[in-house]
Design a binder for this molecule. Structure first.
Ligand SMILES: NC(=O)c1ccc[n+]([C@@H]2O[C@H](COP(=O)([O-])OP(=O)(O)OC[C@H]3O[C@@H](n4cnc5c(N)ncnc54)[C@H](OP(=O)(O)O)[C@@H]3O)[C@@H](O)[C@H]2O)c1
Length: 251
C-alpha cells in the first residue's frame, strides 16, 4: 500500500534528506515548505532523483497555512502515515548569547516555530494520522534540549548557557512524551529524535556530520518494525564526529 509522509521544513537541510530517504523506502513524500519557490525547487530535485514528491505549502507559525495544509493532504490522500515535525530555527544571537541577555522577542519567536508550530501541525494532522493503519510521528529534537546533559558539568553541553533554542527542544521533548501517552492505546507511535550536530545552514555548515547522516536516525525510527517504541528520545550523540551510530539519549 502506498504510504505518505509529511515533513515540515523539507526544502533543505535535514528535512530535505529525511524526505529523500523516506522516498527511497517507498513513501510518497509531502514536502512542507513555507516558501513556494524553495518548496517547488526541492520537489523538482527529489523527483529528478526518482522520488514521488509533492509540495505542500506550510508555514508552521501560520494557523491558516497549517489548516490549508491539512485540508490539502486530506483532499488528496485522505490519511497520513508519517508526520515529521522538522522545521526549526535557532533564533537571533543576542549579546553574548547568555540567559541574561536573552530578549522575550527572540524567545517567543523560537517557541512559535519550534514548540507552538509543532503542536499546531500535530493537532491539525492527527485526524489524518488516526486514519492510517499505524502512523508515526517524529519530532526533530536536539541533545541541547536534554536536561540531563545540560546539567552534567563533565559533559559536552556544560559550556552552553542559553535559553531560546535549548529550552524550545526541552519543551518539544515533553510535548513528545505527552502525545505518546495520549496515543498510547492507539497504533500511533510518537518519538523525539536528535539528528546530532549536522552541517546545514542552521549552523553555517559547522556540524560534525552530513545532512544525510543526520537524517538517518529519524528515518530509522520511521521505517523500523511495526509496533516499535513510543515516547522515546533517541539519535546521534554529540561526541561522535562523522559517525553514523545512534541510540537512546537521556531526557
Ligand atoms: N543542524 C543541526 O546541527 C541540528 C542539530 C539538532 C537538531 N536540529 C534540528 O533539525 C531540524 C532541521 O534543522 P536543519 O539543520 O536542517 O536546519 P536548516 O537547514 O536551517 O533547515 C530548517 C528548515 O526549517 C524551515 N522552517 C523554518 N521556519 C519555518 C516555518 N515557520 N515554517 C515552515 N518551515 C520553516 C526552513 O525553511 P526556510 O528555508 O524557508 O527557512 C528550512 O526548510 C530543526 O528542528 C533543528 O532544530 C539540527
Amino acid at each position: 500500500m502506498n504510504r505518505t509522509a509529511l515533513i515540515t521544513g523539507a526544502n533543505k537541510g535535514i528535512g530535505y534528506e529525511i524526505a529523500r530517504q523516506l522516498a527511497e523506502h517507498g513513501f510518497t513524500v509531502l514536502v512542507g515548505a513555507r516558501d513556494p519557490k524553495r518548496g517547488e525547487t526541492a520537489v523538482a530535485k527529489l523527483r529528478a532523483g526518482g522520488a514521488d514528491a509533492r509540495f505542500v505549502p506550510l508555514d508552521v507559525t501560520d494557523a491558516q497555512s497549517v489548516a490549508a495544509a491539512a485540508a490539502a493532504v486530506e483532499a488528496e490522500f485522505g490519511a497520513l502515515d508519517v508526520l515529521v515535525n522538522n522545521a526549526g530555527i535557532a533564533g537571533a544571537f543576542e549579546g553574548d548569547g547568555k540567559p541574561s541577555t536573552t530578549t522575550l522577542g527572540t524567545l517567543r519567536e523560537v517557541f512559535e516555530t519550534n514548540v507552538f508550530g509543532v503542536v499546531a501541525v500535530t493537532n491539525a494532522m492527527l485526524p489524518l494520522l488516526r486514519r492510517a493503519p499505524a502512523a508515526r510521528i517524529v519530532n526533530v529534537s536536539s541533545e541541547v534540549g536534554s536536561l540531563t546533559m545540560a546539567t552534567d558539568p563533565t559533559g559536552p553541553m556544560w559550556p552552553m548557557a542559553a535559553i531560546p533554542y535549548p529550552t524550545s527542544k526541552t519543551a518539544l521533548n515533553m510535548i513528545t512524551a505527552q502525545y505518546a501517552k495520549e496515543l498510547w492505546d492507539t497504533p500511533i507511535r510518537v518519538n523525539a529524535v536528535n539528528p546530532g550536530y549536522t552541517a546545514t545552514d542552521f549552523n553555517g555548515h559547522s556540524g560534525f556530520r552530513t545532512a544525510a547522516q543526520g537524517a538517518e536516525p529519524i528515518v530509522a525510527v520511521l521505517t523500523g518494525p511495526a509496533g516499535g517504541p513510543s515516547g522515546q528520545f533517541t539519535g546521534h550523540l554529540w561526541g561522535e564526529p562523522g559517525g553514523v551510530e545512534y541510540g537512546p539519549l537521556p531526557w
